[in-house]
Design a protein around this ligand. Structure first.
Ligand code: TIU
Length: 229
């Protein structure tokens, strides 16, 4: 059993029964010209977490843990994108419209790909999800059950939208969830802070949070600073 120094108290997990879940680290949210920017957001905030995510992904792969990537992606005919989603806000381009990285939030388009720094490798799971949560209308739960997974470690964007929704879905399905604080980001720093606080409040009502260094230490991987120090 591995113990991570987390809030509100230590998070214990067994690597064989734990998956690293990376939510929506795709060009549509992180690069200019995608869905995030068309909603009016400053997308530059999100790329700051990429190095920390890379370090965790590398360590998790070395340890041999299961990796799950998600992409927020709609079918080209948008049959899985209800008006309640497509019509929200006042974006310059809506889901399915043609933007500089192809059709916004549509599967297979350049903007829908996971960023090169975190690209999946053969053997890793990639889940296309039409909603905010990773479980809604996807095969994720069946896949986790097949692999005897009971614990999920989360990274990705955005904290209070797809990450929080996915963690809440997971918690209701019985998974113990840890969110890595410096491996998740929001277009709204105050929303990130609130989301972290509300998830770990009331004795980890939704889940635990911890800095990625705490997970790396628990996995026996020193952070670059710790190695130098
Ligand atoms: N808008 C926003 O903050 N997020 C999303 O629309 N999707 C995800 O969080 N992935």
């Amino acid at each position: 059993m591995i113990h991570v120094q987390a809030q509100p108290f230590a998070y214990p997990f067994d690597l064989a029964h734990t998956a690293l879940v990376i939510i929506d680290m795709q060009r549509d949210f992180i690069e200019p010209g995608g869905f995030g920017q068309t909603l009016g957001n400053d997308v530059s905030l999100l790329s700051a977490i990429v190095p920390a995510c890379q370090a965790v992904l590398a360590a998790w792969r070395r340890a041999g843990g299961l990796v799950v990537h998600t992409r927020e992606a709609h079918r080209p005919d948008l049959s899985d994108c209800p008006p309640a989603k497509r019509d929200r806000g006042n974006p310059s381009l809506r889901i399915g419209d043609l933007g500089p990285m192809g059709r916004i939030l549509v599967a297979g388009e350049p903007g829908n790909q996971i960023i090169a720094e975190l690209a999946p490798v053969p053997g890793e799971v990639v889940i296309d999800k039409p909603g905010k949560g990773a479980f809604h209308a996807t095969p994720l739960q069946a896949l986790l059950q097949e692999q005897h997974i009971s614990h999920l470690v989360f990274m990705g964007v955005t904290t209070e939208v797809c990450v929080q929704t996915s963690m809440r879905e997971a918690n209701d399905r019985g998974y113990d969830c840890l969110l890595l604080e410096d491996c998740t980001e929001s277009y709204f720093p105050a929303f990130k802070a609130s989301a972290l606080e509300m998830m770990r409040a009331q004795g980890a009502i939704v889940g635990w949070t911890a800095p990625s260094a705490a997970l790396l230490q628990a996995l026996g991987v020193g952070t670059p600073q710790a190695v130098r120090g």
